[in-house]
Ligand binder design. Structure first.
Ligand code: TRP
Length: 336
């Protein structure tokens, strides 16, 4: 399943000629397959190379991009209440899927330590670098915390946990990553997680809520053009890693929010007829004038949709933590 939202770091260096940059076969195959289809697509997991990750950091600072700071404020204000729902005096494994730099999670970790909770923290990330950095940061910042990092895919981690870490689990899936799957991918993802959990286990999931469509639209099309640069970086990445000759000025960043479907769709639109050559792949792709490449879906949820999603995947909504404007929600589901 295409569920990882983090950078793929499995680049295989080109050893023979030594002239080509690091080459990632999976990226090459995904690009070829995505451009062979109609409409053309590119998987959003490729946004986050070095340049893309820096641009995403800038997106999170933008005045228009509300999700990150809103979730941060929810966790900060309601941390005491949130951790109480984890039943902190009864030992548990706190498993975080996609821990990244752990900035938001540290709010909960500090609170748990302060409350003398009995737990062990298991961050899971596809990036080994991210896990190592997080573990070393935590061992100096929170020396009393017991951390066991896991590098790899979410489901490998859950499988490993089921065998090696029996006992109660509280899973964290923060951010709004649940909204970035294709059709019904959110449901399939939660159903799959549910298979690895037992009664008593819980999961806290971040959801971006439906709101004034203009607010949502602006979050994905900021005035300073950072989001455009982030989307267009996909083209530059193909130039760097696959020897493509995209001219980014010949494509346009376009996003729009559909309030009926509750989804922001992001595209790169070809401004003219053009053919791009991938010199490392012996491959060419042609684009018609105004032909879109679909790059990401960002689903926005109503409270009813969230409860329904939980129900269909074997969870009951135990508590919904939101902000004053009801822009974002961290939702605690318990296994039923
Ligand atoms: N996953 C993020 C989100 O859905 C990524 C993102 C922010 C994004 N802005 C974007 C993806 C613009 C494509 C285009 O919020």
């Amino acid at each position: 399943m295409d569920l990882l939202l983090n950078p793929n770091t499995n680049a295989t260096p080109e050893t023979e000629s030594g002239t080509k940059p690091a080459f990632n076969t999976e990226f090459a195959d995904d690009v070829k397959a995505g451009f062979a289809g109609s409409p053309k697509t590119l998987s959003s997991k490729y946004f986050y190379d070095g340049a893309g990750s820096k641009l995403f950091q800038q997106i999170m600072e933008l005045p228009e991009y509300y999700p990150t700071r809103t979730e941060f404020s929810i966790l900060k204000k309601q941390k005491a209440e949130i951790i109480n729902f984890f039943n902190p005096s009864d030992f548990f494994h706190l498993v975080e899927l996609g821990s990244g730099d752990g900035l938001k999670t540290k709010i909960l970790l500090r609170q748990l330590l302060q409350a003398k909770a009995r737990f062990e923290y298991i961050p899971v990330d596809i990036s080994g670098d991210a896990i190592n950095q997080l573990q070393s940061a935590l061992s100096s910042e929170l020396p009393d915390l017991k951390t066991v990092g896991f590098t790899g895919d979410y489901f490998k981690a859950l499988h490993w946990l089921k065998r090696n870490k029996p006992g109660r689990k509280v899973v964290l899936f923060l951010g709004s990553n649940i909204g970035n799957f294709e059709d019904n991918g959110d449901l399939k993802f939660l159903q799959e997680i549910r298979k690895y959990l037992s009664p008593q286990d819980k999961i806290l999931v971040g959801f971006d809520l439906q709101k004034d469509p203009r607010v949502i639209r602006q979050a994905y099309d900021d005035a300073s053009g950072v989001t455009a640069a982030f989307n267009l970086n996909l083209l530059k990445r193909m130039n760097r890693e696959l020897g493509a000759n995209f001219e980014p000025e010949q494509f346009e960043h376009f996003t729009d929010y559909d309030p009926i479907a509750g989804v922001v769709k992001s595209y790169l639109v070809s401004k003219r007829n053009q053919t791009v050559t991938f010199s490392y792949l012996n491959h060419t792709v042609s684009f018609k004038a105004w032909e879109p490449i679909h790059t990401e879906n960002s689903h926005k949820y109503s409270v009813d949709m969230i409860k329904e999603l939980g129900r269909k995947s074997g969870f009951e909504t135990e508590q919904l933590f939101t902000d004053e404007q009801h822009y974002f929600a961290d939702v605690l589901f318990r296994v039923v």
